[in-house]
Write a protein that binds this ligand. Structure first.
Ligand SMILES: C[S@@+](CC[C@H](N)C(=O)[O-])C[C@H]1O[C@@H](n2cnc3c(N)ncnc32)[C@H](O)[C@@H]1O
Length: 311
């Protein structure tokens, strides 16, 4: 088996915007930082990833994106180039994109050695499933056991951790929740641990649906979370107390009207995956629909918006 490896050299400030997009179109993404960048982030990275600076490029960053050999690499390259062209990236300087075919290595599991326990929000403790027995877990921790496999959602990405933080603020016992674009299922598990029940987790990606089901079993909440394929809220008919979606801004924009319709009175919509530059556009659309903006959290150039349905 061979893989297409697409290499994107760019400035560090583009990492988050590019990574979230590339994760949605590929089989895997890894980011290599230059030594200097790594040094400046060592405190951030060390506990979760224990990186070795000698593995990294000498300047800026290199994002490696993987597609299996059956995928149409020319069309994927076009998608990437179009995204780079049309997105207001933080830096448009010196972006170089190239592709090559490489032999299979066990990179699907390689990243696991860099992924370790960490805390998110006030009380969440994310534990890779393969480290659970060794984890030093406090009684107060709400433990999310996770094996994201090839789905998005380890919890270390700002957009995911911001959603978990907002869920801590809004979920009340027995709230009915829908998690749109569940990925690894991490936000549904978080909602369950906070007391939500009758949770629905949806995604358009088959692999994410499979991975999320496995994670629900792992966390003993598969009875409370139904998993189904869906394109945003287009065919949804049930009503919810909380809707959470961590996708990209233009996709969130497509679901704002449906979210308003499907929320119960005073229901809350948590939306993330939104770059700071798109915040005003999204909040304006939310307000037009009747939402009140209750809180906006920001980290690493990403925002998560908490909106409430008011009549
Ligand atoms: C950034 S990941 C978020 C995963 C997880 N919820 C988290 O917060 O870490 C976005 C997810 O949305 C899914 N997605 C993208 N477009 C979608 C759509 N139109 N309808 C449903 N899910 C979608 C992707 O397959 C992916 O699993």
């Amino acid at each position: 088996m061979k893989w297409h490896e697409v290499s994107i050299s760019t400035k560090e400030e583009n990492e988050e915007q590019l990574s979230i997009f590339l994760n949605t179109i590929s089989k895997g993404v890894s980011v290599e930082h230059s030594v200097d960048i790594l040094k400046s982030k060592i405190d951030n990275f060390d506990d979760k990833f224990r990186l070795d600076p000698t593995d990294y490029p000498e300047s800026d960053i290199r994002i490696l994106v993987y597609f299996d050999e059956t995928q149409n690499i020319d069309s994927k390259l076009n998608d990437i180039k179009q995204f780079v062209k049309e997105t207001p990236l933080k830096s448009k300087d010196n972006i170089e994109i190239s592709a090559k075919l490489i032999d299979e290595v066990d990179w699907e599991n390689e990243w696991k050695k860099y992924f370790h326990n960490f805390k998110v929000g006030k009380n969440f403790f994310i534990v890779p499933s393969w480290e659970y027995d060794d984890a030093d877990i406090a009684d107060s921790d709400k433990v999310i056991k996770i094996d994201p496999g090839m789905a998005f959602g380890t919890g270390d990405h700002a957009t995911t951790s911001l959603c978990l933080t907002l869920l801590e603020d809004v979920i009340k016992a027995d709230d009915k929740v829908i998690d749109v674009g569940t990925g690894s299922g991490i936000l549904s598990i978080g909602a369950y641990l906070l007391g939500a029940r009758s949770i629905k987790a949806t995604d358009i990606d088959e692999l994410s649906l499979q991975v999320s089901k496995e994670n629900f079993v792992l966390n003993g909440c598969d009875d409370e979370i139904s998993v189904m394929p869906a394109d945003l809220l287009k065919d949804e008919t049930e009503h919810y107390d909380v809707i959470v979606a961590n996708i990209l801004a233009h996709i969130i924009d497509d679901m704002i009207d449906d979210a308003y319709e499907l929320l119960n009175e005073n229901g809350r919509f948590i939306a993330s995956g939104i770059i700071v530059e798109k915040q005003d556009e999204i909040t304006a659309h939310m307000k037009e629909c009747g939402f009140a903006i209750k809180e906006v959290l920001e980290e690493d150039g990403w925002v998560a918006i908490l909106a409430e349905k008011v009549s």
